[in-house]
Design a protein around this ligand. Structure first.
Ligand code: NDP
Length: 287
């Protein structure tokens, strides 16, 4: 007789605003392709002051895990039993695994970024990296680059938010061996000729501002460099289109997002999802 087991396995995302988060599209596509029919990804609008209740709900429903996005990435840390070393350094958690009521927090943003670089054949050991932006994504990326042995990091951000760059620099210098410095972003920024990797970790180019390109001096980017964008929507930003047109090796933020989501699925289910299926689902959703 056929086994009768209709138990649902729940994961999802807590955020606000969260309605436009495409996580559900790529995660559900992956679950279907893996034959995990009773696994579901829920997009949940959680008010800032309801996070504790939401975490209790997660435990009550025995949800396997959750992603956290704005505004919960920092606040959620106080409800967790264990936090990975890199998430502690980053100071933010974007995914949680629930092991029978014991909550483990991880930050997979920077790990997805590193997987994207690796899948494009880029080894960061000893490399000189320019990271534009000093917000949450930049923090996760800089910590992972430093832990992976990048040689030199320069963080570039608008002068109004100098404190963000300074605090990130302090974390890197205190906790990792990377050489790091900070530069104010004023006017069209020339990329130093000895740069190996250029990272757009700002929100410039994100939908709906799809024609915006970060204010780099594009003529100073050479074919010896690799340009990695963090923007996943659109799947190919104006920056990446321009890099491709100039023959400069590059990768979009969509790859980073897919890698991050794939890592989440692996940590929740113990199985590796098909990233091509996930990428196609994202492209279809954002077309
Ligand atoms: P934050 O708001 O924390 O940081 C945004 C950063 O962008 C700040 O450094 C900000 O500078 C900078 N910035 C914004 N507008 C401009 C501009 N016009 N010129 C120069 N700098 C600018 O956001 P996050 O770090 O959390 O997210 C940044 C982007 O990363 C988002 O678009 C998000 O979609 C993407 N992301 C992608 C992921 C993926 O998996 N692909 C994962 C996580 C994030 P300032 O401090 O001066 O305001």
């Amino acid at each position: 007789m056929k086994e009768q087991n209709y138990l649902d396995h729940l994961v999802g995302v807590f955020g606000q605003p969260v309605a436009e988060n495409p996580g559900v599209v790529i995660q559900d596509a992956a679950f279907q392709a893996m034959g995990l029919e009773r696994w579901h990804f829920l997009t949940l609008d959680v008010d800032k002051d309801q996070l504790e209740n939401a975490i209790n709900g997660l435990k009550a429903f025995k949800m396997r895990g959750i992603n956290c996005t704005i505004p919960h990435k920092i606040e959620v840390m106080k409800y967790l039993d264990e936090i990975s070393e890199s998430a502690k350094l980053i100071g933010a958690v974007n995914m949680i695994v629930n092991d029978n009521g014991r909550l483990f927090g991880e930050n997979t943003d920077g790990k997805g970024f590193m997987m994207s670089l690796a899948s494009n054949g880029v080894d960061v050991k000893g490399k000189r990296v320019m990271v534009f932006g000093a917000g949450g994504a930049s923090r996760a990326i800089c910590v992972e680059l430093a832990l992976a042995g990048a040689g030199h990091l320069t963080i570039v951000n608008r002068p109004e938010d100098r404190a963000l760059g300074d605090s990130l620099l302090e974390i890197l210098r205190k906790n990792t061996k990377v050489e790091a410095d900070y530069c104010d972003w004023v006017g069209k920024f020339p990329i130093p000729a000895d740069t190996d990797i250029v990272v757009n970790a700002t929100s410039v180019g994100l939908y709906p501002n799809v024609d915006a390109i970060p204010n780099f001096d594009l003529d100073t980017i050479t074919k010896d460099m690799f340009v990695q964008d963090v923007i996943p929507n659109p799947t190919e930003t104006a920056l990446i289109r321009e890099m491709r047109r100039r023959g400069i090796p590059c990768a979009s933020g969509a790859g980073m997002l897919i890698n991050q989501a794939a890592l989440n699925i692996e940590m929740w289910t113990g199985m590796k999802p098909d990233k091509d299926v996930m990428y196609r689902a994202l492209e279809e959703a954002l077309a």
